[in-house]
Design a protein around this ligand. Structure first.
Ligand SMILES: Cc1cc2nc3c(=O)[nH]c(=O)nc-3n(C[C@H](O)[C@H](O)[C@H](O)COP(=O)(O)OP(=O)(O)OC[C@H]3O[C@@H](n4cnc5c(N)ncnc54)[C@H](O)[C@@H]3O)c2cc1C
Length: 372
């Protein structure tokens, strides 16, 4: 006898999107979250950009789910009045070499089905962003920003309305495989233990997803997560008014990050970030060191000539759950039902870094298809 049909571990954007989607079809769904409410970790510490799907390798899950997820996300925002701004984005080249790289990027985007991007020369770019300097740019009209908290709240509401039970302040500390499913051991915020039986588990535990996968005994060195911090600096007023849309540099080829960029938020704030800071240990350190402002300044002044170092103040940081190691080539999202490893009914989502927010609704559909 099972207490739950499907237990989803983690109430970040991915767990919430899966709960809302699966509750259309399945009943007796639990979401288990160690924090007091949803979205307290990576899902509330990011750029909140709805990505177009430009950067990712052809036929990767990142490319496919980002392009599908973007469309689903705009439709969802319109249906439920979730605030968003389809502001568009410029990827700017500041040298002749970077102009060549933009050509490659445009081709990559086309290969991924992103067919709305176009080249702008320097004067066309100036018409859109008079305060940005570059030799030329790619313009992506379908990129935007979203209020991620409102999005998550709406997904939680939809899930609750469809009967999903949320258990907040409950940390999964052990999982045992039994004859027909799994027994999940939890610790609540007062340190009390309790357990329940479930037929299926969906591991959407973000930064802890490798550990959760290891709990019943799934072993895979390739799925070990390394924390990789992304710091942000705010651009102080009045200079935050000098940019109207997202402005990105040409990305670094191994895609550890996509370059320190200008992000605008729904409240009119402008920030620079995220950088790429590999952490020597997997610790939850969200502090931003003020002395890093010089690196941000040096990186952004190439295309933001109005910027002065004192315009930048530390804002926040997020942590990427990387399965890629420092210096290695980019890796794809890992989304698998683990029957082949001897764990039927256990679905792992590991390494869900950017574009995980954009892709969340498409990830949920993909997970739905993995359930036999
Ligand atoms: C700096 C940065 C910038 C980014 N920018 C963008 C962007 O602009 N656009 C975009 O599309 N994506 C972006 N991303 C990626 C995006 O934020 C993530 O892909 C997404 O938030 C991942 O969501 P998640 O639900 O998988 O993880 P999380 O939000 O981390 O949720 C996982 C949840 O699992 C819970 N949990 C963990 N272990 C346990 C346990 N044992 N028991 C119970 N609960 C547990 C955690 O408390 C957490 O709430 C960015 C990421 C970073 C770090």
């Amino acid at each position: 006898m099972f207490d739950s049909n499907i237990a989803i571990i983690g109430a970040g954007i991915v767990g919430l999107a899966i709960a809302a989607k699966l509750s259309d079809k399945f009943d007796n769904l639990f979401v288990i979250e160690r924090n007091k409410t949803f979205g307290q970790e990576t899902s509330s510490r990011n750029s909140e950009v709805i990505h177009a799907g430009i950067y990712y390798p052809k036929n990767s899950l990142k490319a496919k789910l980002c392009v599908e997820g973007k469309k689903l996300l705009y439709d969802f925002c319109m249906k439920y009045n979730v605030p968003y701004n389809n502001c568009g984005k410029l990827i700017v080249a500041t040298s002749t070499t970077e102009m060549r790289l933009l050509e490659e990027l445009k081709q990559k985007a086309f290969n991924n089905g992103v067919d709305d991007i176009c080249f702008l020369n320097d004067s066309e770019t100036k018409k859109l962003e008079p305060n940005v300097d570059c030799k030329g740019a790619l313009f992506s009209p379908s990129t935007g920003v979203i209020d991620s908290h409102s999005l998550m709240k709406q997904l939680e509401t939809n899930s609750i309305n469809q009967g999903v039970q949320f258990s907040y302040g409950a940390e999964v500390v052990a999982i045992e495989k039994n004859k027909n499913g799994y027994e999940v051991l939890l610790k609540d915020s007062d340190g009390r233990d309790f357990s329940f039986k479930t037929k299926m588990i969906i591991n959407a535990a973000g930064l802890e997803s490798d550990k959760v996968s290891g709990m019943p005994g799934i072993k895979d060195e390739l799925l070990k997560i390394t924390f990789c911090k992304g710091n942000y600096f705010k651009v102080n007023p009045p200079k935050n008014k000098l940019v109207n849309r997202l402005v990105y540099p040409v990305p670094n080829p191994n895609m550890e990050g996509i370059g320190i960029h200008v992000t605008i938020d729904m409240g009119g704030g402008v920030k620079l970030g995220p950088d790429v800071e590999w952490m020597s240990e997997n610790v939850y350190d969200y502090s931003v060191n003020k002395s890093q402002n010089n690196a941000f300044y040096e990186s952004a002044k190439k295309f933001l000539p109005f910027l002065e170092i004192d315009d930048l103040v530390p804002e926040m940081a997020g942590i990427r759950p990387k399965v890629q190691k420092p210096g290695e080539a980019v890796r794809d999202f890992y989304i698998q039902e683990e029957s082949d490893k001897g764990f039927p009914g256990f679905i792992n989502l590991i390494g869900i870094e950017s574009p995980g927010l954009t892709s969340a609704l498409a990830i949920a559909e993909y997970v739905g298809e993995l359930i036999k």
